[in-house]
Structures are given as structure tokens and as C-alpha cells.
Design a protein around this ligand. Structure first.
Ligand SMILES: Nc1nc2c(ncn2[C@@H]2O[C@H](COP(=O)(O)OP(=O)(O)OP(=O)(O)O)[C@@H](O)[C@H]2O)c(=O)[nH]1
Ligand SMILES: [Mg+2]
Length: 298
């Protein structure tokens, strides 16, 4: 009898031991789906009950990455999954051409009770373009909490201390606790050297500050036909794994800190497969941020 252990990456604490010689392909898929649903439930419970150890602490998650990578769509996707309905608080582009987000904006997510929000917020930034240098410097300033909400990025020059949007004395809550690099899987190999260098520079600055860094790989279904056919193939795709490994080497983010997702971008209804990937990424982002806060306060 051939026994295998099925441990999809998104099944966290559950290893399913099954006799694969006795079950059909259809049943294997059903098993996989059951494990995935259980994990989605676990991740949702974890995120819904998450409370920073420090009273009054808010976890600030800063998103950066190339133009059109899906930064705003990721914020919308997280909000959609947590609210269990399609949401678009962060305006996303309807094409991948040109840069859409121009302001530094903070997004919090309300819980069922409109009086309460999740104890984490997302900061959306303008996409890093190939030629302009100001943006990467602004993201570095944002890491230290120096950029106020509503600042309009100027790609030609960085935010100066005299500007009304420069926060001279950032509080612990203004500072960033997790840096998330959003990159598109389908055009990963064609990203310019300048953009890769900017991503690496921002990551190095975060490292100097001790801020944890993760990457979210979007548009995975556009990167591989097998994934487009079935999103469950995301962890079986050699093609995607190759892309993740190259990106990991290029920017220095370890493989276990790179999370593939498909954002909600044109769908009308939510899907368990899409939710599972988004929740898995969010859960890890929260974990890394919480570890950082606790390390800082001991
Ligand atoms: N197929 C697919 N399209 C996506 C995905 N995520 C985002 N998009 C699309 O990609 C385009 C850009 O998405 P945005 O979320 O606006 O990207 P952004 O990084 O915020 O872009 P800027 O603000 O211009 O830097 C939009 O047309 C989205 O609908 C994804 O996972 N899959
Ligand atoms: Mg945007």
C-alpha cells in the first residue's frame, strides 16, 4: 500500500495521511479542497482574533513595488475577504499602463461593528518607476513614519523636512512594522534592473531598521496556464517556483517570505481558492509585524 503525506503549503497544522492507491483523482481534489477550507477558516479566525500584545498598538503594513503590480488591488482583496463581499476602498487601475496611485494613503478595515477596526492598517504608495529617483527615497522616509497621510508623491524629488506632509516626530504607530513588496508574477522577468535595484535599496533600508520584509507575488494566474486553469496548482507549478527563486535571489527576500496570490480584480463573487492565498499571505504578514513590535518593546 502506498501512503503519502499531503501537506499543501496552505494547510498549516494538518498533515493528511491517505492511501492514494485507493482514492480517485476526484477524491484527491476533494481532500485538498477540504484541507484548504479548514485552513481558510483557521486563518480567518486567527486574523479576526488578532490583537497586538501592546495595548493601543496598531500594525502598519507598507506596500511598495513597481507600477501596476497590484498594490491597491491587494488592499481591496484583503478587505473583500475580511468583509466577505467585494470592496474597493483603494482605487485600482483598470489597465496596467501608467501609474495610477499618486498619494500616500492609509487604509484601515472596519469589523462588523462600525465602531471597531482591525488593529492593522495598510499604506498604499505610488508605483516605483524606472527612471525617477524620488519615490524610493519617499518610501524610505515612510518606513520611519515621516510621511503623513495624503501626501502626493513627487517622482522628481523626495519629501523635504519643510513640507507640511513631513512628520517631524513620528509615534510608534506612525512607523512601519512590515514592508511588503508587491510584484507581478507574469512580468517578473521583464522588470528593469533599475526597478529591481530600487526594491533592493528599500529592502536594505528596512533591514537597517530591523523591519521584516515579505513579498507578495500577484497575477499568478497570468504567469502560468496551469494556474489559470486551476488556482490550486499554484504550489505545484515549477514555472512559478522558478520565478519566485529568481526574484528571491535578485532582491534578497527568502523563498519562505514570498507569497503567491491572485487579487480580486474583475470578479463579481468571492472564491475559496483566491481567499485562501490572500489569507495565508495576510496571516504571515501579521505574524512578522507582531514579532517585530514585541522585539522592539522588550
Ligand atoms: N489578472 C490579474 N490582474 C490583476 C491582479 N492584481 C491586479 N490586477 C490588475 O492589474 C492592474 C493594476 O492593478 P493596481 O492594483 O491598480 O496596481 P498598483 O500596483 O496599485 O498600480 P499603481 O498604483 O499604478 O502603481 C489593474 O488593472 C488590476 O485589475 C491579479 O492578481 N491578477
Ligand atoms: Mg495603486
Amino acid at each position: 500500500m502506498t501512503k503519502v503525506k499531503l501537506k499543501p503549503k496552505w494547510v498549516d497544522h494538518s498533515i493528511l495521511t491517505v492511501d492514494i492507491t485507493r482514492i480517485s483523482c476526484k477524491d484527491q481534489t476533494l481532500l485538498f479542497v477540504a484541507a484548504q477550507q479548514r485552513d481558510k477558516k483557521g486563518a480567518l479566525e486567527y486574523i479576526n482574533s488578532y490583537k497586538p500584545q501592546t495595548e493601543g498598538q496598531q500594525l502598519r503594513i507598507l506596500l511598495h513595488g513597481p507600477v501596476g503590480a497590484g498594490k491597491s488591488s491587494f488592499i481591496n482583496s484583503v478587505q473583500s475577504v475580511l468583509k466577505d463581499k467585494m470592496c474597493t476602498p483603494a482605487l485600482a487601475a483598470n489597465t496596467t499602463q501608467g501609474c495610477f496611485t499618486k498619494q500616500y494613503s492609509t487604509y484601515d478595515i472596519q469589523k462588523e461593528n462600525p465602531e471597531t477596526s482591525y488593529p492593522f492598517v495598510f499604506n498604499d504608495t505610488r508605483g516605483l518607476s524606472q527612471h525617477k529617483s524620488g519615490l524610493a527615497d519617499d518610501v524610505k522616509l515612510a518606513l520611519r513614519g515621516h510621511v503623513k497621510d495624503g501626501y502626493t508623491f513627487n517622482p522628481e524629488s523626495k519629501l523635504s523636512e519643510g513640507n507640511e506632509f513631513y512628520n517631524k516626530s513620528p509615534t510608534v504607530n506612525d512607523k512601519v512594522h512590515v514592508l511588503v513588496c508587491i510584484v507581478p508574477a507574469d512580468t517578473l522577468f521583464s522588470m528593469s534592473d533599475e526597478t529591481v535595484k530600487k526594491i533592493r535599496d528599500i529592502r536594505l533600508e528596512a533591514s537597517r531598521l530591523g523591519i521584516p520584509q515579505v513579498a507578495v507575488l500577484t497575477r499568478v494566474e497570468e504567469a502560468c496556464p496551469e494556474i489559470k486553469r486551476d488556482l490550486k496548482n499554484v504550489y505545484r507549478s515549477i514555472n512559478l517556483k522558478d520565478k519566485m527563486e529568481k526574484f528571491s535571489v535578485d532582491v534578497g527576500i527568502p523563498m519562505n517570505c514570498i507569497f503567491p496570490v491572485k487579487n480580486y480584480h474583475e470578479e463579481i463573487d468571492l472564491s475559496d481558492d483566491t481567499d485562501a492565498l490572500i489569507l495565508s499571505a495576510l496571516r504571515r504578514i501579521i505574524d512578522y509585524g507582531e514579532d517585530f513590535i514585541n522585539r522592539k518593546t522588550v
